[in-house]
Design a protein around this ligand. Sequence first.
Ligand code: MN
Length: 311
Amino acid sequence: MSNQQHDTEASQSSDCPRHIDPIQKISARSAEIGGGITVNRVLPSRQRRMIGAWCFLDHAGPAVFRDGTGMKVGPHPHIGLQTFTWMVAGEVLHRDSLGNVAEVRPGEVNLMTAGRGISHTEESLAGSEQLHAAQLWIALPYQDRECEPAFDHYPELPVWRQGDSQLTLLAGRYAGEQSPAKIYSPLLAVDIVSASGDELYLPLDTRFEYGILVLQGDIVVCGQRFVENDLAYFSPGANEVQVTLSPNSQIIFLGGEPFAGDITLWWNFVGHSRAEITQAQRDWEAGSSRFGSISGFDGAPLIAPPLPWRE
Ligand code: MN
């Protein structure tokens, strides 16, 4: 991917700095994640593959399980990425091949760094009848793609108020705050909740591209309206954006420096070459120790679909 050039003329104090016009609207599509759960997949899409190193974005729910089923995603591998889970409602239990067993609850983040290989499971906690979450993947830069696998749970993140909204810093640095989440490239994620509706001016890093995903309610950015599961994308160059939030709305504000390098995303793998993915798939199919094993989960491992290219 190449960085786009923008002029450096200062923007007028209008609602929409012309640097960020036009805004690209990306609509989610339905995707199955296993266990009968359908999510809204926003990235990758035909129109856009990444925002910075954010390379995958699923919005799950809001859903209510009335029959005690819930989400249950069996053992599956990852390489070359971090999975970033932000819980809005409900409780999910994570188990991984490093031996971690961690619950993630509303207001908390689970961050799993796959590096050269990890496997995990995700399931609704017994008695948890709701699910509302965002799961994002972060592509690891080339030099970090084979790092040691790791898992981190962040129960506390910086939270503050701006106007009538509540902001939670999920990843990166913003408004003088720093998220504890360990990431490998310049990125931002902020959750913004407005109960009464609000008009926010959000300062931007001119080097970053941005996306705003609507989790609930609707928003207006530069005169354009975005509803639940829409993503508003704008390229680098602007230093501020105005966002009008409807009452009872919630958004995730994402950003990052355009990712250096070309990645391939296949199934649960991110590779900097097809060969890396082919090898990972072979290792998973062979039950290689690369992906370890998970104890305590009742269910079969997921089977990788056939590779979409000749090996
Ligand atoms: Mn996973």
